[in-house]
Design a binder for this molecule. Structure first.
Ligand code: ADP
Ligand code: MG
Length: 697
């Protein structure tokens, strides 16, 4: 089937074009104002918009509508209502009111709320986010919404993201007005998330309880081949996968998602997809949709998509690179080095705000990507370490050093521009992004935050980035607005930031062990695991940051802290239970069966003659029997720890118990089981091996 991309693109989206066509001029104008300024719609306008939206949805085959929201579970939630309303003579008409568009009342009690429900209200409501277009998915009109408690506390990931965008807008505008950009009325953070994932065959997937229950393998010996030949990365995409990607692209385009790039990733069976960037809010919504569709469409092709950060031991896991910048409504990228000295000063100021933000709020950035799955990647030589640092590249670093030393930058034979007494080179893209090991790299006109895990929502890290940068811009604006001499105050601000925060800049190899020691000397945080990182959320400095910028209040922060810690504990508890189940029900019985087979062989041979060699059987039988005992003991130990965990009520103690005890017990159980896999015949092994999973498509 031929696909006309320009025709199908956004065909399932109630976008500006549809609004303009279907709404009266005044209504359209009012709606545009709401979308721009976030002001609530009056009910008359809402009714008109709802009517037009419904007509459009019905024409496109929808029968239901839903408020589509992003609770703290990390996946999206929806409750469908059909448009039907009873009418005369036992018939129905299709109706959708402005009230239904603006507000919904899902039962909040079944979503994670981290104590907010007990303290405040059980009920929650969803409120339309008009900055993200409504769309049709599976014949349901989906209305992107924020999810709050009746006391106004955010229960979702979108609300604080929108608030953080508002904060950065406000402070960035203050700075831009100081630089006389009076035409700019809006600044938005922009994000282009690159999404990695694995694909495995559905029939093999169904035979592995670990994949079914946890999304990752908990047992398994490495296949003879891994990623060492480097032959998968950018290699030819297999035809079954290609067909899947084609359908995925088509469906995402229909939803207005700007999918652009697709390729094989480093590990076997690993792939990546990247869209063209959009505002943080829309990028987050679209990334959620992308994850959902990757999984749904894979199934149609007999495949299962694994979004987990570490589905397989011994090969790379999956991440999500969060490309980040700031854009004005006049189309300027604020992280693009400028053409004139004046623009360069502005660029340097925004750059400094980011340097200061990343240094002062390392803890927040780290914890914004903390999850049980991501703990396996960070610092494991396949992703950046758990230490936050910034890569600026040699040129930009030299510029900052020159400013610090008060000398003019003496760059190579490039085109230079002056800022005051200093000069700034024009960066070409290929002179920057040379370092793939940095967690936060400047890539010419944006930063790439490489720590987020593949399964998590990008809302978390963008809330932290937006808020921390907004805070630094606020401090700069406060000083600059009251400065007598703008130029020299600006210069002093840039200089101070470089002096006080240069420790966060690191252009070397982030995978190198010596960096860990160096970072420690510099006083940078190294928060290795999720329970190490998350408690920083409730540090006074961070609560102040979020409260001052009106992004999250104290109660919301505490509730989120609890939810995230519990999520960690629950995730690993499920993994532990799955391991016990697989060991007891599958691995131990399989090993036992194979030992019996070996024992019988010895006996049979002996019956014939004692001269027949039984070395293979005896050596393996002995080893297998000893491994069986070890595995059995380790199952008991793990079970004991799981039982202990059940008795720990305190969520912090529980998370630390998981980190310090449960995970070690799980590793201890895996070892003998994996070794048994190397002895037992393929036929007798109870589930598909790494080889089949990774090379089976
Ligand atoms: P690569 O990282 O493979 O070299 P690019 O740098 O071109 O590829 O882009 C990676 C991602 O960064 C894409 O999703 C792209 O849309 C996004 N991106 C590009 N410019 C910006 C920007 N100004 N703000 C946010 N994301 C951006
Ligand atoms: Mg990139």
């Amino acid at each position: 089937m031929k696909t006309n991309v320009t025709e199908i693109f956004a065909s399932k989206v109630f976008n500006e074009e549809q609004m303009q066509q279907r709404l009266a001029k005044d209504t359209f104008k009012e709606l545009q104002k709401t979308i721009r300024d976030g002001k609530p719609l009056n009910i008359k306008i809402a009714n008109a918009v709802a009517h037009a939206m419904k007509e459009w949805a019905l024409e496109n085959g929808a029968t239901h509508f839903t408020h589509w929201f992003q609770p703290m579970t990390g996946v999206t939630a929806e409750k469908h209502d059909s448009f039907i309303t009873p009418s005369e003579k036992g018939k129905v008409i299709m109706e959708f009111s402005g009230k239904e568009l603006i507000k919904g009342e899902p039962d909040a009690s079944s979503f994670p709320n981290g104590g907010l429900r007990a303290t405040f209200e059980a009920r929650g409501y969803t409120a339309w986010d008009p900055t993200s277009y409504a769309f049709i998915k599976n014949d349901v009109l989906c209305i992107p919404t924020a999810f709050c408690s009746y006391s106004g506390h955010a229960l979702d990931k979108k609300t604080p993201l929108l608030r953080s965008m508002e904060a950065i807008n406000k402070e960035a505008l203050r700075i831009l007005h100081l630089f006389h950009h009076d035409d700019v009325t809006m600044v938005k953070s922009t994000v282009g998330p690159e999404q990695e994932y694995f694909l495995v065959d559905i029939e093999q997937y169904k035979q592995r309880k670990d994949l079914i229950y946890t999304g990752r393998t908990l047992f398994g010996l490495p296949a003879p081949k891994g990623q060492e030949m480097e032959d998968h990365y950018f290699g030819t995409i297999k035809s079954r996968v290609q067909t899947f990607m084609k359908e995925l692209n088509t469906e995402l385009w229909k939803l207005g998602v700007l999918v652009k790039t697709e390729h094989n990733e480093v590990a076997p069976a690993q792939y990546e997809l990247a869209p063209i960037f959009s505002t943080s809010n829309i990028a987050t919504d679209h990334n959620q949709l992308t994850m959902e569709l990757i999984q749904r469409i894979a199934k149609k092709h007999g495949l299962v998509a694994l979004l987990n950060e570490k589905p397989f031991e011994g090969i790379n896991g999956s991440g999500k690179h969060n490309n980040f910048s700031l854009s004005t409504d006049t189309g300027i990228n604020l992280l693009e080095p400028g053409e004139t000295p004046y623009e360069n000063a502005q660029f340097l100021l925004f750059l400094c705000a980011i340097i200061k933000a990343v240094d002062e709020y390392q803890d927040l950035l780290r914890l914004s990507v903390a999850s049980a799955g991501n703990d396996h990647r960070l610092g494991a030589n396949e992703a950046p370490p758990a230490i936050i640092s910034i890569f600026l590249g040699d040129e930009l670093t030299e510029v900052l050093e020159a400013i610090e030393k008060g000398i003019s930058y003496d760059g190579k034979d490039r085109e230079f521009m002056k800022i005051g007494a200093h000069v700034l080179p024009k960066f070409t893209k290929d002179t920057t992004d040379r370092n793939r090991t940095s967690p936060f790299a400047f890539t010419g006109n944006k930063f790439e935050f490489r720590m987020p895990g593949s399964a998590s929502s990008i809302a978390g890290c963008n809330i932290c980035l937006n808020t921390a940068i907004a805070e630094e811009l606020r401090q700069y604006a406060d000083i600059l607005e009251s400065a007598h001499d703008f130029e020299s105050t600006l210069h002093a601000l840039i200089l101070d930031t470089i002096k006080n925060h240069k420790r966060i800049i690191f252009n070397g190899n982030g995978y190198d062990d010596s960096w860990i020691q160096e970072a420690e000397k510099r006083g940078l945080l190294n928060l290795r695991t999720t329970p190490d990182a998350l408690p920083y959320f409730v540090h006074e400095k961070n609560i102040e940051l979020f409260e001052r910028n009106k992004v999250l209040n104290r109660e919301e922060i505490y509730s989120r802290y609890e939810i995230m810690m519990e999520e960690y504990t629950k995730t690993i508890n499920i993994e532990a239970l799955t391991m016990i189940n697989m060991a007891q029900k599958e691995i131990l019985p399989a090993a036992l069966k194979y030992s019996k087979h070996l024992a019988q062989s010895v006996k049979l041979k002996r019956d014939i003659s004692t001269l027949i060699d039984t070395e293979y059987e005896e050596v393996n039988l002995t080893r297998l029997s000893s491994l069986l005992t070890q595995a059995y003991k380790n199952v008991l130990k793990l079970q004991e720890s799981v039982d202990t965990l059940k008795g720990i009520d305190d969520f912090e103690k529980a998370a630390f118990f998981v980190r310090d005890t449960l995970i070690l017990d799980m590793e201890q159980l895996r070892k003998p089981c994996d070794e048994m896999e190397s002895i037992v015949s393929s036929q007798d092994w109870p589930f598909p091996t790494y080889g089949k999973l990774l090379f089976g498509i």
